[in-house]
Design a protein around this ligand. Structure first.
Ligand code: HEC
Ligand code: HEC
Length: 372
């Protein structure tokens, strides 16, 4: 090809290329929102008596409108690439904000490797989020599912674009964050609002809380379960649960190997031994292989199946696991040891776990889908 012809062909191809560029999306000046009133009002949480001090990040304190915006985003399938799924698809109120599946699958139906986690009291978990603690804050976490290929499989710039043109979100973002123009709607504000909504998902109070406040009494069976759980009575065996599932949140927020996976050689911990190395994959420390964050046990009755991979379908199976002493490993926690409980005692532990239930939490209006 001679040079002249080459140039002409190239120019021709370039012209085609550029004319194929999306003709819409002109320089957009956005919508002026300053006429919508911005009056931030503090959102008050009412945790049960005895709950710890609630730490909010100083640059994202809860407001009524911030929580409202987060609630809309949480339930809005606009966050997913094909508008079929939202956060709530895997965190349903009826499952105490889990999906009651062994492992969750995203918009393409590809199953993940972990079970969805309850978001109840999630604002109190300061020692890392996810089963393995790989993320530090709710704001940071909220950015991830949108672009995760096995979750919402979308791109934030596309989501931002969609949110900016909707009058509903123009108003909600203005009220929540006082932005002046719809172009200021962005993923960081969306993540802040999602985090605010999640922080509002706190306990409403359970039978356990009423008993502690002298407003109710345990049945004999529940009381036996309480004694077992907290090693309270020298006449019954210690079930050791309270060390890792400490009240009031029923978690110590620490990471443990609770013996659910077997290793062939307990003198050394090899990454290959674990289907999911948990905390070990985050820290790189072999002694962290197979460690996961001890989850809070409030509303545990409603969040089956159990453990990071949903391996146990019932609380009875969970208790049977602990009773067995679990699988040996070099980093198995010392509180995981054969308990020698009889059937009556195992049933009592399950009865006690059910006193941590707060059915009201599952259908609270302010946590529900605002689009219904
Ligand atoms: C496809 C299902 C799915 C979707 C969609 C999803 N999640 Fe999750 N979520 C999970 C799973 C599974 C885990 C546990 C993952 C892990 O440990 O690796 C999780 C964990 C979390 C946690 C950590 C909780 C804790 O106690 O550490 C938060 C917070 C959370 N999700 C919030 C959200 C938000 C906000 C959205 C929407 C932006 C969302 N999720 C969308 C499945 C999903
Ligand atoms: C050494 C600390 C430790 C002790 C002791 C312990 N647990 Fe756990 N528990 C954990 C950890 C860590 C997990 C999460 C493990 C995983 O998912 O791989 C867990 C998970 C659970 C779950 C499943 C939670 C969910 O959301 O899926 C239940 C239920 C539970 N424990 C109940 C108990 C009971 C009852 C006892 C006493 C018999 C007990 N635990 C003793 C650390 C402990």
């Amino acid at each position: 090809m001679n040079f002249k012809l080459y140039t002409i062909v190239s120019l021709f191809l370039l012209t085609i290329f550029f004319s194929c560029e999306d003709p819409v999306e002109p320089m957009d000046n956005g919508v002026d929102l300053s006429s919508i009133s911005y009056k931030p009002e503090v959102y008050t949480l009412n945790p049960p008596f005895g709950f710890p001090f609630f730490e909010e990040p100083s640059d994202n304190t809860l407001t009524v409108d911030g929580v409202q915006l987060g609630r809309h985003l949480f339930y809005d399938p606009i966050l997913s690439a094909d508008s079929t799924m939202s956060c709530s698809s895997c965190h349903l109120p009826s499952g105490s904000f889990t999906d009651n599946k062994k492992v969750s699958a995203g918009i393409d139906g590809i199953p993940g490797t972990r079970s969805s986690m309850s978001l109840m009291n999630v604002g109190y978990f300061y020692t890392g989020l996810f089963w393995d603690g790989r993320v530090n804050s709710l704001e940071e976490q909220a950015l991830l599912p949108v672009e995760d290929p096995i979750e919402l499989h979308n791109q934030w710039p596309d989501v931002e674009q969609k949110l900016r043109i909707l009058p509903l979100y123009q108003e909600l973002f203005r009220k929540a964050f006082g932005i002046e123009n719809s172009n200021e709607i962005n993923k960081d504000l969306a993540a802040k609002a999602l985090a605010q909504f999640e922080r509002s998902l706190i306990s409403t109070g359970s039978k356990y809380d009423r008993v502690i406040a002298n407003q109710d009494v345990f049945t004999d069976e529940e009381f036996l379960g309480f004694d077992l759980f907290f090693d309270e009575n020298t006449d019954v065996p210690d079930a050791e649960c309270g060390h890792c599932h400490a009240p009031p949140l029923f978690t110590s927020s620490e990471y443990f190997n609770n013996g659910i996976d077997s290793v062939s050689d307990i003198s050394k911990l090899s990454l290959l031994e674990f289907v999911d190395p948990g905390l070990g994959a985050v820290t790189g420390d072999t002694l962290d292989y197979g460690k996961f964050r001890s989850p809070g046990l409030r509303n545990i009755e409603f969040t089956a199946p159990y453990m990071h991979d949903g391996r146990f379908s019932t609380l009875e199976e969970v208790v049977a696991h602990y009773n067995s002493g679990g699988h040996p490993a070099r980093n198995l926690d010392q509180n995981i040891t054969p308990l020698n409980l009889n059937q009556e005692e195992m049933d009592a532990l399950v009865a006690f776990l059910k006193t941590l239930s707060e059915p009201e939490f599952l259908s609270k209006e302010e946590h529900s889908n605002p689009f219904n």
